[in-house]
Design a binder for this molecule. Structure first.
Ligand code: CP3
Length: 354
């Protein structure tokens, strides 16, 4: 059994799972599979249990969170579970006036654009999210040997929602603040890094075996701006959880030009979207890190043969890697046929059985 720098509850079989072995770049019995946004979305059993319960409220009900997190593990036989929540949950927990609007996403009543606005972001304590601790304890008991991935939004992606006031295509207010008031921007990202780190620590201490930092929208930045204005905050998050010795996954969309820097920020595993083949991604990331990805989620709308051909391409590109976790290049699309995900999981397991 592995001993961590900081004690955390863990089933010994979890440490030997294919998923955690791949994160550590150790030999695996088969390539592990999980899907970003595997819980929720189109699963009929999810729609049923969520009926009439608003998204943010669902995240605060430990029994419901446990059930929803387990659903894709039962149905698809994936190698890891991801905690059912949302990236804005810690912001809601510290009192930011936000809501998740159906069909839109997170909406912030009063966007954060000034020094005075920044004062509304206080630190997060474990008591603010006691329902997360409770849910993760229930979950790890139910999951047995299957590892649980905790997650959080990265400072840039959270800042984008806070500064824009909601989902944004061009991130214009966010960039205006970043370029126009670098000092306020740095303070905002630093504060978000503290909140994010605290939120990840709660999840690890409750029993999460790995964490993923979603910087979904950071691909909007050029590498020099990423290095100057975002990397210090993301680095702070990764450094804060380093003593726990759990794998740290870092993912964003459209980040082909940023892959090296995102690894440098402190990830053990770099998530890759579908635009960069994994054999090229490994050159950009450099040695010493595992890769996660990267089938285009839209491929799942094509024929079974086409899915298999495209999956084979991903596996062939990953053949020389030390440490590959199979995933989609971004989240499961909401109208995906759940059967296609089950078949894909089986196909990857079959093709990579050693
Ligand atoms: O997709 C990503 O890039 C992952 C990071 C991310 C999450 N939420 C994680 C998440 C992002 C960028 C968000 C913001 C968000 N929250 C959006 C996107 C809006 C935009 O800007 O385009 C939306 C629609 C929400 C609200 C939300 N989050 C709903 C309605 C649900 C439940 C059902 C569903 O659609 O999945 C979530 C759950 C959620 N958000 C999960 C995660 C990791 C848990 C589900 C899972 O991983 O299986």
């Amino acid at each position: 059994m592995r001993v961590s720098a900081i004690d955390k509850p863990e089933n010994p079989a979890v440490a030997e799972s294919a998923f955690l072995k791949a994160c550590r770049r150790e030999p695996v019995p088969h390539t592990p599979v999980w899907f970003m946004r595997q819980a929720g979305r189109s699963l009929p059993e999810y729609l049923k249990v969520r009926e009439g319960i608003p998204m943010l409220e669902s995240c605060m009900r430990p029994e419901l969170v446990t059930e929803i997190t387990l659903q894709p593990v039962r149905r698809h036989g994936v190698d890891a579970a991801i905690y059912f929540s949302d990236i804005v949950v810690p912001l809601k927990a510290i009192g930011v006036d936000l809501d998740i609007k159906p069909g839109v996403g997170p909406v912030v009543e009063q966007p954060i654009r000034s020094r005075a606005d920044l004062e509304r972001l206080r630190d997060l304590t474990p008591e603010d999210v006691s329902y997360v601790t409770e849910a993760i304890r229930m979950l790890t008991a139910e999951l047995g040997p299957t590892p649980l991935i905790g997650f959080a939004g990265a400072p840039f992606t959270l800042a984008s929602y806070l500064v824009e006031g909601g989902p944004s295509k061009n991130h214009e207010h966010t960039k205006a603040l970043m370029y126009g008031d670098p000092e306020l921007w740095a303070d905002l990202l630093d504060r978000l890094a503290g909140i994010t780190a605290a939120f990840l620590k709660v999840q690890i201490e409750a029993g999460a075996s790995a964490v993923q930092l979603f910087d979904s929208w950071v691909g909007a930045l050029a590498p020099a701006d990423y290095r100057r204005s975002v990397m210090p905050a993301s680095k702070k998050v990764f450094e804060a959880v380093a003593p726990y010795d759990v794998p740290r996954i870092h993912f964003g969309v459209g980040t082909g030009e940023l892959l090296g820097l995102m690894g440098e920020a402190g990830a053990d595993v770099v998530g890759v979207d579908w635009r960069v083949p994994l054999d090229e991604a490994v050159r950009r990331v450099g040695p010493g890190k595992a890769l996660q990805g990267n089938l285009d989620p839209a491929v799942l709308f094509s024929s079974r043969e086409a899915v298999e051909t495209k999956t084979r391409e991903v596996l062939d590109a990953a053949a020389g890697l030390e440490g590959h976790i199979f995933n989609l290049g971004h989240g499961v699309l909401p109208t995906t046929d759940p059967g296609a995900l089950t078949r894909l999981t089986e196909y990857v397991h079959e093709q990579t059985a050693r």
